[in-house]
Design a binder for this molecule. Structure first.
Ligand SMILES: Cc1cc2nc3c(=O)[nH]c(=O)nc-3n(C[C@H](O)[C@H](O)[C@H](O)COP(=O)(O)OP(=O)(O)OC[C@H]3O[C@@H](n4cnc5c(N)ncnc54)[C@H](O)[C@@H]3O)c2cc1C
Length: 473
């Protein structure tokens, strides 16, 4: 998020001075690391949580269209970054079919309804569907082989989905930002943020030397992932009051056998279990990490009280404030299904984890899969007039009323939407300058201000151009 915002600001206002402080020794090692997230270029092509069935069984395509529109903005930003040497090359993104796979009559019926709701839309015109096991075998043999013919299954796919190594992208953008004059400070932890006249003063610790210094800024973006909530709380802005965070940790199974890894070429998403948060939808997915192919299954959710992989178990208790206790308690009371789901997941033995894998890959041999720890997600809890508090699964940008500080909470749909979220943030924090930036923004995102789903000709043009720049055809 910070690397994207920094790159945009540097392009829009090259004379502005930018300082980036990163606690770890490199960029992109926390949630944006390719082992900590699934690398799905979220476009709602295969993630069923964006098209949940309504009570009457119908499916509203609006949310899926919105998610896809957002990723089209990110794709254009990536293309611009490649063409303008803001990244080393286009190897951080790879074309990869996005597939949904479901088992049973009800889920198959739902998939068909979803297909019918999405297919007429320009952004989903490549969507295909099948109930035929032989076709699924052609699309994704690991999912089909060893499955009983009597089992009712259905799958849909879009061949032109993507896998994105967000860690690589983050590192490249940060390097380029440094080369463009920004001050990049790795191994520097931001300890405090406080008002300083019309701007802000940050207290920053250099972890290598132990030196503590202060840094002044007219504008601060708290792009600290799971570390954003505590820093925004320290800033004392009213807008953070009533917000809390609920950490959900994750694990993935990673395949260790090259012959199996090379038989799979897709991101295959299934249906979430009852009570599961949207990001826990199981998926069997190919990932390219530093150009090398891998195969993962998960995520398995867990509970741990740290907000970042690199921080400790006191994060959750230390985030409690008088203003967020009621929302936190209300969420605990109203989300029993989630609580039950998390308890079951935490208690899941390795053998049960292998059984979950076998639902998607019937012939899986557990000994060829290792368990790795994925990233932490801090789900947003916010005040709600009726319920006291609600759990929110999306992202939330918190901005002070004077627009001098902004931060991002939450994770989903995450890294894929960094570009549209950061453009939105710029319009909120820099209203005076924003109108003057629009023509430069159109150089970066040619479709800026237009909906591609409503303009199929423009979509075709943008898709062809981004596919070419990103090497996706
Ligand atoms: C299991 C899992 C699967 C996911 N799958 C996907 C997916 O398939 N597609 C997708 O688009 N998104 C996915 N996401 C979400 C995505 O990973 C995040 O939305 C995105 O990486 C967040 O980027 P960020 O810059 O906000 O945070 P991060 O990448 O976590 O970066 C924040 C940085 O701030 C630093 N920091 C924190 N506190 C301080 C401090 N006090 N001082 C200095 N530095 C600090 C951290 O070290 C870190 O490097 C997934 C997330 C998880 C956990």
């Amino acid at each position: 998020m910070s690397a994207t915002l920094g790159t945009l600001i540097n392009q829009l206002e090259p004379t502005w001075s930018i300082g980036l402080f990163e606690n770890l020794d490199k960029a992109g090692l926390e949630s944006s690391s390719p082992w900590n997230n699934a690398g799905t270029g979220h476009s709602a092509l295969c993630e069923l949580n964006y098209t949940a069935a309504k009570a009457d069984g119908s499916v509203d395509p609006a949310k899926a269209i919105g998610i896809n529109e957002q990723f089209q903005i990110s794709r254009q930003f990536y293309s611009w970054a490649v063409e303008n040497k803001r990244v080393a090359d286009n190897s951080f993104i790879n074309a990869l079919p996005h597939m949904s796979f479901v088992i049973g009559d009800d889920h198959s019926k739902y998939l068909k309804t979803r297909y019918e709701a999405l297919k007429p839309n320009a952004l989903f015109d490549e969507l295909e569907i099948t109930n035929d096991l032989d076709t699924i075998n052609e699309w994704t043999p690991l999912v089909a082989k060893g499955r009983k013919d009597s089992q009712k299954v259905a799958a849909s796919r879009v061949v032109s989905g993507t896998d994105v190594d967000f860690g690589r992208l983050t590192a490249d953008l940060t390097d380029s930002l440094g080369a463009s004059g920004a001050s990049i400070n790795f191994g520097h932890k931001v300890k405090n943020i406080k008002r300083d006249g019309a701007g802000w003063e940050l207290t920053v610790k250099d972890k290598a030397s132990g030196a503590v210094k202060t840094v002044k800024a007219k504008f601060v973006f708290v792009g600290a992932g799971g570390g954003a909530l505590p820093l925004l709380q320290k800033s004392g802005i009213d807008e953070i009051k009533g917000f809390g965070g609920f950490p959900v940790s994750g694990q993935f199974l990673r395949c260790t056998d090259e012959t199996i890894i090379n038989q799979h070429h897709a991101k295959v998403y299934g249906q979430a279990s009852v009570g599961a948060p949207p990001m826990s939808v199981p998926h069997l997915d190919t990932r390219f990490v530093d150009g090398k192919r891998s195969l993962m299954f998960g995520p398995y959710a867990g509970f741990s009280m740290n907000f970042l992989k690199s921080t400790g178990q006191m994060d959750l208790p230390l985030s409690l404030r008088p203003h967020n206790i009621i929302p936190m308690l209300a969420v605990a009371k109203d989300n029993m299904a989630l609580t039950n789901y998390l308890i079951k997941e935490v208690l899941k033995s390795r053998a049960k984890k292998d059984l979950s894998l076998a639902e998607y890959f019937p012939e899986a041999d557990g000994s060829k899969w290792e368990l790795i720890t994925a990233g932490q997600r801090v789900q947003v809890i916010k005040k709600d007039a009726k319920k006291g508090g609600v759990l929110q699964f999306g992202t939330e940008v918190i901005t002070s009323s004077d627009g001098t500080i902004s931060g991002l909470l939450g994770a989903s749909p995450g890294a894929s939407t960094a570009t549209p979220i950061m453009i939105g943030l710029l319009s909120r924090c820099f209203p005076k300058q924003f109108a003057g930036w629009e023509s430069k923004l159109k150089d970066i995102v040619p479709s800026y201000g237009q909906k591609l789903n409503e303009n199929p000709a423009l979509y075709a043009e943008v898709k062809a151009a981004t596919d070419k720049a990103l090497g996706l055809n």
